[in-house]
Design a protein around this ligand. Structure first.
Ligand code: SF4
Length: 332
């Protein structure tokens, strides 16, 4: 039996290269080795965007298209929508009964995110989203959850919640473990902050070749370089940061040429745009099929949600048995 992983995203818009190197590329690799459940966490997206639910459907289909274009294979990965699995919300409610409010308030990731969103008074849903995440993971009996460092407190909490459930009732759930990979940090094209839609500094997986070229052309470089012969400082250049991630075979040569004034920024950017387009081209080719037949994406999500729900229902039968609230089990 392959081990199971649970991973996914909140649908908040198109995916960009930061998402790709941060998690998506890894998921595409992991799906061969693990039984993969990929959650599109639409309910969790509402924790910060509850005033705009009308965008959820568009963003959910967009993210699914990005997943499929990036190489997630619906034949081996179960891609599903969180709100289509009502059992997750039921399990979240049971977990909420024994999860302390103080533990949630002191969760460092919740605190940081609340500050980022300017929440002086957190909603019940926002404060409790790590509990919902614990339910997302444990209802599918995931052994591993691929995460970045900032998500470790959530996995720790999920482990504690599962342990508490197993101790209180019956050991039917699996304590998940974090699968921590090396995640390269990708700055936005402006070189100021990480890539993000809201900062308008991102290259999207769905960008055309000419959009990539034009965005890279405008990327921030070492301001000291005016002429090709000026000695450069690649360590402060956004473009060089991208070469380190996407063009590793040439990065040493580029660093040397930049420091010694032997390569111009225009040429260096052209090289980078070429590398990025080489990476994105197979995604563009895969995407055409889904763009031309949007009902295919819908079918994949519907089937993934159906399969995921069967697994969730099986776990919930065990959960209700363990809690002795499976009232009609004998007559089913
Ligand atoms: S040559 Fe390349 S690495 Fe050097 S400053 Fe220009 S863009 Fe950056």
């Amino acid at each position: 039996m392959k081990k199971r992983i649970l991973t996914g995203d909140r649908p908040t818009g198109k995916l960009h290269l930061g998402h790709y190197v941060g998690s998506l590329a890894n998921r595409v690799k992991l799906q061969e080795e693990y039984q993969s459940y990929i959650i599109i966490a639409d309910v969790q997206a509402l924790t910060t965007n509850f005033e705009n639910p009308e965008n959820l459907s568009r963003d959910t289909f967009q993210i699914a298209e990005d997943y499929l274009a990036a190489g997630l294979d619906p034949e081996i990965s179960t891609i599903f929508i969180q709100s289509m699995i009502p059992e997750i919300h039921e399990l979240t409610m049971y977990y909420s009964m024994f999860t302390s409010v103080n533990v949630l308030r002191h969760n460092p990731t919740v605190k940081t995110e609340a500050q980022q969103h300017g929440f002086s008074d957190m909603t019940y849903g926002f404060l409790g989203y790590p509990v919902s995440q614990a339910a997302d993971i444990s209802i599918f009996k995931a052994n591993l959850v691929p995460v970045g460092d900032d998500q470790i407190p959530h996995i720790e909490l999920a482990r504690k919640i599962v342990r508490r459930f197993n101790d209180l009732y019956k050991p039917v759930l699996i304590e998940p473990e974090a699968l921590i990979g090396e995640v390269p940090r990708l700055m936005g094209l402006d070189g100021k902050a990480k890539m993000s839609k809201s900062l308008n500094n991102a290259i999207y997986l769905s960008d055309s070749a000419s959009e990539v070229e034009s965005k890279v052309k405008d990327a921030v470089t070492d301001p000291a370089r005016i002429r090709k012969t000026d000695l450069g400082h690649p360590e402060i250049c956004t473009v060089y940061g991208y070469h380190q991630v996407f063009n590793r075979s040439e990065m040493e040569e580029i660093e040397h040429a930049c420091r010694n004034g032997e390569i111009g920024c225009v040429q260096c950017k052209k090289k980078l745009a070429g590398c990025l387009n080489k990476l994105l081209e197979p995604m563009r080719e895969r995407r055409i099929k889904y763009e031309n037949q949007p009902e295919l994406v819908k079918d994949i999500l519907e089937e993934g949600s159906r399969k995921a729900r069967l697994t969730a229902q099986e776990t919930m039968r065990e959960v209700r048995d363990a809690m002795r609230i499976n009232y009609f089990a004998a007559t089913e």
